[in-house]
Design a protein around this ligand. Structure first.
Ligand code: NAD
Length: 267
């Protein structure tokens, strides 16, 4: 299958083989995409390199989205480097987020100013900065930008706290970016994934309860596998979705559609 043949893209956020970014990368590679990766720091690089080599990719760039490099924004700096070898790019997957795990429990109102600003900077602003930095590489052919969100952006979920606020900002950003970039034929969408067992997912207090509740209550009776998230990403990053932008697409077994669960699903 070669739906992504001749398409080049950047994957941001692979920490290990359980990362959502990796689930997406694997599916895209299976469908013929050429991929480059970014990683937060040297510690993550060691895990990333064998994974990317396993799908024939050699290109990766360090990018801690919260830092500047020699007074240049790190995201801008990464795209400057990428443009030395690629003169265009077709898609970007932004699958990264951060909040101090001590604040992913208890009451939201105890959130500190420092963590509030860091969480929104890393988890939301970084996507907006990515869109701006990618524009020169997408300007001629258009492209597709994809980020990852969660139901906690729309309604409260236990202990998600400031991350829910950051994801709300991210989801609002999608709409404004879609409007900014539509005339350049650049589409901007998000996948709102159900709970997946990853490093970031485990940082949220009570993650096991959320995981079990979600699979009991979701109409499809399961939480998504990495491949299911990857397949939805494939649709949004490929030419199958050329009419779709400004959209948050749920890959959560239908959980988002349930207001009041059936009694038997709670037992
Ligand atoms: P993960 O821990 O595998 O990936 C998180 C990534 O964020 C890591 O690669 C980490 O290096 C990166 N990151 C954190 N701070 C960074 C920084 N300052 N600069 C650059 N990179 C940074 O976890 P994941 O669950 O695959 O998370 C990927 C995305 O999916 C996140 O946006 C997360 O909120 C979202 N999401 C996760 C779930 C879930 O249940 N796991 C559900 C819905 C959405």
């Amino acid at each position: 299958m070669s739906i992504m043949k001749n398409k080049k893209g950047l994957i941001m956020g692979v920490a290990n083989e359980r990362s959502i970014a990796w689930g997406i990368a694997r599916v895209l590679a299976e469908h013929g995409a050429e991929l480059a990766f970014s990683y937060q720091n040297e510690g993550f690089n060691k895990r990333l390199i064998p994974l990317m080599n396993s799908i024939g990719s050699q290109r990766c760039y360090e990018c801690d989205v919260s830092k500047d490099v020699n007074d240049i924004n790190s995201i801008e700096n990464m795209f400057n480097k990428l443009s030395e070898t690629w003169n265009s790019i077709d898609f970007i997957v932004h699958a990264l987020a951060y909040s101090d795990k001590d604040e992913l429990k208890g009451k939201y109102f105890n959130c500190t100013r420092t963590n509030f600003l860091n969480s929104l900077d890393i988890s939301a602003f970084s996507f907006t900065r990515t869109a701006k930095s990618a524009l020169p590489l997408m300007a001629s052919n258009g492209g597709s930008l994809l980020t990852l969100s969660y139901l906690g952006a729309e309604r409260t979920t236990p202990n998600y706290n400031v991350m829910g606020v950051a994801k709300s900002a991210l989801e609002a950003s999608i709409k404004y970016l879609a409007m900014d970039l539509g005339k350049n034929n650049i589409r901007v969408n998000a996948l709102s994934a159900g709970p997946v067992k990853t490093l970031a997912g485990a940082a949220i207090s009570g993650a096991r309860h959320v995981f079990r509740y979600s699979e009991n209550v979701a109409p499809l009776k399961f939480n998504p596998q990495l491949t299911e998230v990857g397949n939805s990403a494939l649709y949004l990053l490929s030419d199958l979705s050329t009419g779709v932008t400004g959209n948050v697409h749920h890959v959560d077994g239908g959980l988002h559609s349930v207001a009041i669960p059936k009694q038997e699903n709670l037992e």
